[in-house]
Ligand binder design. Structure first.
Ligand SMILES: *Cc1c(COP(=O)(O)O)cnc(C)c1O
Length: 410
């Protein structure tokens, strides 16, 4: 018995060492490319395996009632998930990462930190599903939400109420690529005792670190750039506030919106190439944005690293790159847009974003169909607005594809 306990004790130490390695992993001394490759796992202590094992188990044997390795039941904890969570925490510069079965589950968990009666101030142009869960699910449960254009001076304060508890930022937004000044808004929200959340899905931790700018929580749909290969759905939250980490961990176990171990493994594998993928996404997107900006059929192109972007200066100070999303308005009408979208050959006509392959979509009909038409009009989601998720292919091929589809559209 004593030996079995000793073995358990040693296993526990090995796992803790693995986790310790993870969070302490020479931390800020390493640069981003190195961290992307090594974050969250420094080798299996038992075998030396370079990659985290996929633990396909729902439960763990105990040596004696209550005597266990720290792993009791897989909703509560799974070593493959531990490794992904540690990687997320490390890349976002937080103490705690918490993984979810989708970005939407991560979003919902954050709102579940609040109590009935609480109020949330949200950027107006947030992901369509975020607005939907706020208004169609949580508004029924006694929470209230105000949507405001955080690029307008004074708009945040005007939206605040005595019961405001949370500021929800997405920057840049989807699909209009509006940016919020995270550092400035964090200071103003903290002065009102509000928590600040940033949805960092569009840029990934490689290009923007909201916690370093003052936010309390950063949320990701890992479905997009972090996993990067369009083959899993997942989400994550990272924080350094102990009270928030503890509550989110409690909710993760109580509500149970966890990712499976295979998805955790795939997402973690995707993260290893995050840095090189993001470099290519950024350079391809910038070149395509410049190409579209001068194209006679295009009315207006939006990309944070174009000089014409209204918040170009903020983009240069707050982020390390413009990301892979380009939004533009074509000349003509819905019919022209439809023909254009049907004519692309390399770009796949599909929702989602952030994978290695280029995607194209029509926000008003596709991703943002759940946003009420009146709100769509206010936000500028017109019939000729098109969103690209620029992949990592040869940029000349992508430009040629857009050029021939624009020819075919009129
Ligand atoms: C996709 C997305 C989400 C939702 O994530 P899922 O993984 O699809 O549930 C949230 N925010 C943004 C910005 C997204 O692009």
């Amino acid at each position: 018995m004593i030996f079995r306990r000793l073995r358990i004790f040693l296993t526990e130490i090995a796992f803790e060492a693995m986790r310790w390695n993870v969070t302490e992993n020479k931390k800020n001394s390493q640069r981003l490319n190195t961290r992307s490759v090594h974050a969250g796992f420094s080798g299996d202590p038992g075998t030396g395996a370079l990659n985290p094992p996929v633990f396909l188990t729902s439960t763990y044997a105990q040596e004696s009632p209550g005597v266990h390795t720290g792993f009791v039941y897989a909703r509560t904890r799974n070593p493959t998930r531990d490794a992904l969570e540690a990687a997320m925490a490390e890349l976002e510069g937080g103490t705690d990462g918490i993984a979810y079965g989708s970005g939407s589950a991560a979003t919902a968990s954050i709102i579940q930190l609040l109590d009935a009666g609480d109020h949330v101030v949200s950027f107006d142009d947030v992901y369509g599903g975020t607005r939907r869960v706020f208004e169609k699910v949580f508004a029924r449960q006694g929470l209230s939400f105000s949507f405001t254009d955080l690029t307008v001076p004074g708009a945040f304060e005007a939206a605040c109420r005595p019961e405001s508890r949370l500021l929800w930022i997405e920057s840049p937004t989807n699909p209009m690529l509006k940016m919020a000044d995270i550092a400035d808004l964090s200071r103003r929200a903290h002065a009102r005792n509000m928590w600040v959340v940033v949805d960092n899905t569009f840029l990934s931790p490689y290009l923007q670190n909201p916690l370093a700018l003052g936010a309390d929580l950063v949320v990701h749909s890992t479905t997009k750039y972090l996993n990067g290969h369009s083959d899993t759905v997942g989400g994550a939250v990272v924080t350094s506030v102990p009270e928030l980490a503890e509550s989110l961990r409690f909710l993760q176990n109580s509500v149970g919106s966890i990712p499976g171990p295979m998805d955790c493994y795939l997402c973690h594998r995707g993260i290893k190439t995050l840095a090189v993928r993001m470099e290519r996404h950024c350079s391809n997107a910038l070149e395509i944005a410049r190409f579209l900006e001068t194209h006679p059929r295009i009315q207006r192109t939006r990309y944070p690293f174009l000089k014409s972007h209204p918040q170009h200066q903020l983009a240069l100070t707050q982020t390390r790159g413009g990301g892979g999303i380009v939004t533009f308005e074509m000349n003509g009408n819905l019919e022209n847009a439809r023909r254009f979208l049907e004519s692309v050959r390399i770009f796949a006509l599909a929702e989602s974003l952030g994978g290695v392959e280029s995607l194209i979509e029509h926000p008003a009909i596709m991703t943002h169909a759940s946003v009420p038409q009146k709100v769509r009009e206010e936000l500028g989601l017109s019939d000729t607005l098109v969103r690209l998720s620029v992949g990592i292919e040869d940029v000349e091929d992508l430009k040629e594809d857009l050029a021939q589809a624009l020819e075919a559209a009129y």
